[in-house]
Design a protein around this ligand. Structure first.
Ligand SMILES: C[S@@+](CC[C@H](N)C(=O)[O-])C[C@H]1O[C@@H](n2cnc3c(N)ncnc32)[C@H](O)[C@@H]1O
Length: 368
């Protein structure tokens, strides 16, 4: 952050400005929140713009500026301010609202900015909701699902066994970390998978790469769908175990773009990172795959992929008879499509409910 930026963040309790500030700002500072001490319009604009260029998460600091803007210039200022900082009015208002909601509440170390954002938007009592999320150690995405009424209130019952012909299809309830011990070494032709994208799941990518290095045949491919946000961390954690080969662009035409509003991006594609165990000796491959238009299938899992998009990937990268592994099975899309296309399949998921749903889906859709 530049030296001339007139914002006191490090210890707002020590500043003269802060001693003169109102009771609310004092409470915010006592609560560990940054306090924005600028006064003029230009100070607000320049502080916001400079913070947006900072690489680390500065959401609470932006929120302190938005709250100060509202306090000094009132809410009508948000539109003009948004134009000047090239943001939008809703973002400015939301940041200010989150800050004002929690300036006298508690900022808890195991929660992220997105928890506070969701609580402000969707909870009747945001402070109580945040305390509950903290004691239950809910990820921000799980918290969102709870607030929107989408989460399973209790742990699902253990998976009901579904009879699947073992030579064609096997489903294993296991964490990805322990899956290698249950799969024959160097038996898998390709891993095609779609792990969770939120930051709290970044640790699974290294486990996935380690699994791939054990169970893939030499020359076998690992195709992993990822979000764009944490690509540097994902590549850094995987490449010590398996060689990066290429990135395939996976298009999801139609419908609405996913909005990554923290990054100010509407996205119409996702990367599929392609790693190879050893050297790739397979056929030539075009590097754009796509789902059918508006094929957004969430019937079997809230993060479910479409069968059409999965079929495109499976046909590009595997042959009939190949053994495909998906260690983040979810609702079983990879399995259903693999079996329909005469491949063999192993699916792994840590969630017993996913194993049960996928097993029943495969039994009904493919083998029934
Ligand atoms: C994005 S979903 C997969 C959705 C799937 N592609 C579909 O079309 O339905 C990711 C899955 O990974 C599972 N998962 C998360 N962490 C895991 C872990 N450490 N080991 C194994 N599975 C895990 C989750 O339970 C979830 O079902």
């Amino acid at each position: 952050m530049s030296a001339e930026l007139r914002v006191e963040y490090d210890d707002p309790r020590e500043t003269t400005r802060h001693r003169k500030a109102g009771a609310l700002e004092k409470r915010a500072a006592d609560n560990g929140l940054p306090v924005f001490n600028g006064e003029s319009w230009e100070e607000h604009v320049s502080a916001w713009i400079q913070l947006e260029d900072v690489a680390d998460d500065c959401s609470w600091r932006l929120a302190s500026i938005a709250a100060s803007l509202h306090r000094i210039y009132k809410s009508q200022a948000a539109e003009k301010f948004a134009q000047e900082v090239k943001s939008n009015k809703r973002t400015i208002n939301l940041f200010s609202q989150v800050y004002r909601t929690f300036q006298s509440g508690s900022i808890l170390p195991n929660l992220r900015w997105s928890h506070y954002l969701f609580a402000t938007q969707y909870a009747d009592d945001p402070i109580a909701a945040i305390e509950e999320a903290s004691t239950k150690d809910w990820s921000s995405y799980h918290f969102y699902k709870v607030l929107r009424g989408l989460a399973q209130p209790e742990l699902p019952a253990p998976a009901a066994p579904v009879e699947l012909p073992e030579d064609r299809c096997q489903l294993i309830q296991s964490d990805v970390t322990d899956a290698a011990s249950q799969i024959e070494t160097e038996s898998v032709d390709a891993i095609i998978t779609d792990p969770p994208y939120p930051e709290e799941y970044l640790h699974v990518y290294e486990k996935l790469a380690a699994l791939a290095s054990e169970v893939l045949k030499p020359g076998g491919s690992l195709l992993v769908m990822v979000g764009q946000s944490y690509l540097p961390q994902i590549l850094a954690s995987m490449t010590p175990h398996i060689r990066y080969h290429w990135t395939v662009s996976y298009l999801t035409p139609g419908g609405q773009a996913a909005q990554l509003w923290q990054r100010k991006v509407n996205t119409f594609w996702k990367p599929v990172l392609w790693f190879v165990k050893g050297d790739y000796t397979g056929r030539w491959i075009g590097d754009v795959a796509k789902s059918a238009v508006n094929d957004n299938d969430k019937r079997f899992h809230e993060w479910g992929q479409s069968e059409s998009g999965m079929a495109d990937l499976i046909e590009r990268f595997t042959q009939p008879g190949d053994l495909i592994l998906d260690p983040f099975l979810g609702g079983g899309t990879t399995g259903v499509v693999a079996l329909k296309l005469d491949r063999r399949f192993i699916g792994v998921d840590s969630d017993p409910a996913a194993i049960e749903t996928a097993g029943q889906r495969i039994a009904t859709d493919v083998l029934g």
